[in-house]
Design a protein around this ligand. Structure first.
Ligand SMILES: O=C(O)CCC(=O)C(=O)O
Length: 226
């Protein structure tokens, strides 16, 4: 397991970090638990996206990961205070997830994601615009709008927007600041588990952001698809 301080530096600089095989011991249990929560259609051509929220009790292996010392180390270093897990979700994802951030907040939020299927450039791997989570990096406003309108404004298909693609296999965890612009292209059905964390909100603005973030996850579903 990489040191929390190094992971946090990656999060600060790039907005995401790829933790290879940190959950390899849990894969079997996570797969069995996922199967009880979401039944995948035998015919992938007719599959639709499905999300189940608040799954940490039903999926004790994910609950254990969310309470692990390495998750705590990353969160408490990133947020510089105690943290809370505010939402969790299991998703059967199908097709493209368009370029988006999960809202842009002054309060930082982290999302820990595990794919139970190997995902690559051509099969729906998460990809990121490195550094786009930071307001001081100049992404807000026109650059972000141009990425969202990539075909009209840039003449690029979504998967041709220059980005870092994080190929992942079961047992890997991807953690990202949810302000960062991310997407997934060319994917077939992929099983995803995730939980979202925040530093204990202290100020009124942090409390408001946390409530808005919490509600947005339920309103927008787990991921944006355009
Ligand atoms: O795998 C995907 O389709 C993208 C997932 C995503 O955007 C997210 O988990 O926030």
């Amino acid at each position: 397991m990489p040191k929390p301080r190094e992971v946090v530096r990656q999060l600060e600089v790039f907005g995401f970090a790829h933790l290879r095989q940190v959950a390899s011991d849990a894969v079997g249990g996570l797969e069995r638990g996922f199967g009880k929560l979401i039944e995948l259609s035998a015919d992938s051509a007719s599959s639709e996206r499905v999300t189940r929220f608040d799954i940490l009790t039903e999926l004790p292996e994910l609950g254990r990961i969310s309470r692990s010392s390495w998750v705590r180390g990353i969160c408490e270093t990133y947020f510089a205070r105690h943290h809370q897990v505010i939402t969790s979700d299991a998703n059967a994802l199908v097709g493209d997830s368009y370029w988006h951030s999960d809202g842009f907040y002054n309060t930082p939020f982290l999302r820990f994601v595990l794919y139970l299927d190997a995902v690559t450039h051509d099969t729906g791997a998460l990809r990121f615009l490195a550094g786009s989570h930071r307001a001081d990096n100049g992404w807000l406003g026109d650059p972000t709008r141009h990425v969202i309108r990539h075909r009209q404004d840039l003449g690029l298909d979504g998967d041709d927007v220059p980005a870092v693609v994080v190929d992942s296999r079961p047992g890997d965890v991807i953690v990202f600041d949810t302000n960062v612009m991310h997407a997934a292209w060319n994917g077939d059905v992929r099983r995803q588990l995730a939980f979202n964390c925040v530093g204990e909100p202290v100020t009124e603005a942090e409390q408001l952001d946390t409530r808005r973030y919490f509600l947005n996850r339920y309103v927008s579903g787990s991921v944006l698809i355009g």
